[in-house]
Design a protein around this ligand. Structure first.
Ligand SMILES: Nc1ncnc2c1ncn2[C@@H]1O[C@H](COP(=O)(O)OP(=O)(O)OP(=O)(O)O)[C@@H](O)[C@H]1O
Ligand SMILES: [Mg+2]
Length: 402
């Protein structure tokens, strides 16, 4: 006898997929065509053009909102320079790293070292060495082998979040690398999705950076539409995606900073929703459901990752939307009492409220002027109470409060 899982499995195997090739809508997929980035491609190419004359390019900083094609274009241009038949006599070492994925700045340097061929722990231990001594090893390798090195640091803005002074030196050291190598070179390409990245740096680092800067503008709606249509051709069979669904994805993504990734994700999730519903076309409605699902998932993930007292504060704000810090603090203390938890100080909770507002954007504070009573800050949650409830439902300690 077939049991329930057997039947589900049969259905899944027999069931038709709406996708022709799902991979094409995955964020790591490299598209065949890069559209609507002519200006940006030209500027990046110009900045890297010394490579084509066998010399060292300046350091380069690329800024732009998320999903504007920064990573895609830098990778594309660098690999094409590297692979060009006429440049084979000038080998270039290109090393990609992502500052967000490295736990520490020395981790970042170690990944550079691995790319330069210091592959074993004996050649370069991953822990225990100071930034200065890792750095010396790297420069030696570059010099001794005359390596023409381009080190790409994606999401470089994460380096500004580092607190320790020794670690802060990483960028300074890296930017000065060029003055220290004799043969070969080490140039940096930094990619940031915050525009004020440089303002957050130490002035000493800024002056040593000596960089060219390129800004990637957000995509406009019709441009996102073009990018989507190009993917749809290969990702889905003909006629599966309604034109209006593509338009809606583009409209939503262009409202949200002109983010191409967002548009592609929306379409993929809409496709999955339609597929699960067993229908044959992807419509506006699926895109709308996809959008609210993605929003919900994002909020829940952020909520779940908060430390306990921040969660309690979100609850306190949600329970008394539009309240002042004093009122929220009162509510928070009541919650602590009912959970038998030691409450934090008013000062600490005030700081936490700002973090929840500025970093996590789960709540939003507004200054309200109250005539002779002066002014006070009032907080509201930015997400629906149902989502807060749904998320916290699984948390044993918070269940009783909902
Ligand atoms: N011009 C384009 N043509 C085709 N696909 C594009 C284009 N621009 C971006 N994409 C696609 O959109 C997604 C996001 O692009 P990319 O990763 O380059 O953005 P980013 O600017 O590096 O964003 P972030 O700052 O978040 O890292 C990728 O899947 C990429 O393939
Ligand atoms: Mg990127």
């Amino acid at each position: 006898m077939k049991d329930q899982v057997d039947k589900l499995l049969d259905d899944a195997i027999e069931g038709k997929s709406l996708f022709k090739n799902r991979e094409i809508l995955h964020s790591s997929h490299i598209p065949k065509n890069i559209l609507h980035r002519d200006e940006e491609q030209k500027k990046v190419m110009q900045s890297l053009s010394p490579l084509t004359k066998k010399s060292r390019p300046s350091n380069l900083l690329i800024y732009g909102k998320p999903g504007t094609g920064k990573t895609l274009i830098v990778k594309d241009i660098l690999t094409r320079i590297q692979d060009h038949p006429k440049l084979k006599s000038f080998p270039i070492k290109i090393i990609f790293s992502n500052a967000k994925e490295e736990a520490t700045p020395s981790g970042l340097l170690v990944s550079l070292g691995r790319g330069l061929g210091l592959e074993t722990e004996e050649q370069l231990p991953s822990t225990g060495l100071s930034i200065g001594s890792i750095f010396k090893k790297l420069i030696d390798v570059v010099k001794n082998n005359s390596f023409n090195t381009i080190f790409v640091i994606d999401e470089i803005d994460h380096l500004t979040k580092i607190k320790s002074t020794e670690d802060k030196d990483v960028l300074y050291q890296l930017t000065r690398a060029n003055t220290r190598t004799g043969k070969g070179f080490l140039s940096i390409i930094g990619i940031s999705n915050t525009l004020d990245f440089k303002e957050k740096l130490d002035p000493r680092v800024v002056s040593s950076l000596n960089v060219e800067e390129i800004i990637f503008e957000p995509y406009q709606q019709h441009q996102i539409q073009g990018i989507l249509k190009d993917r749809v051709k290969d990702a889905f069979a003909d006629g599966i995606v309604e034109e209006s669904a593509i338009n809606l994805c583009s409209a939503m993504a262009s409202q949200e900073n002109g983010d191409a990734r967002r548009a592609i994700d929306l379409l993929r999730v809409a496709g999955e929703i339609a597929e699960r519903a067993g229908v044959e076309k992807i419509t506006d409605e699926h895109v709308r459901i996809a959008s609210s699902k993605m929003e919900e998932d994002k909020d829940s993930t952020t909520l779940k990752s908060l430390p306990l007292h921040q969660k309690l504060l979100v609850l306190a704000v949600a329970r008394s939307n539009g309240s002042s810090i004093g009122e929220i603090y009162q509510g928070y203390r009541d919650i602590c009492k009912s959970l038998r938890k030691q409450e934090l100080t008013l000062r600490r909770t005030t700081q936490m409220l700002s973090e929840l507002d500025e970093t996590h954007t789960l709540i939003t504070g507004k200054i309200i002027y109250q005539g002779i009573h002066g002014r006070s800050k009032k907080y509201n949650t930015t997400i629906p109470i149902e989502i807060i409830k749904k998320t916290f439902k699984d948390e044993f300690t918070l269940q009783d409060l909902l």
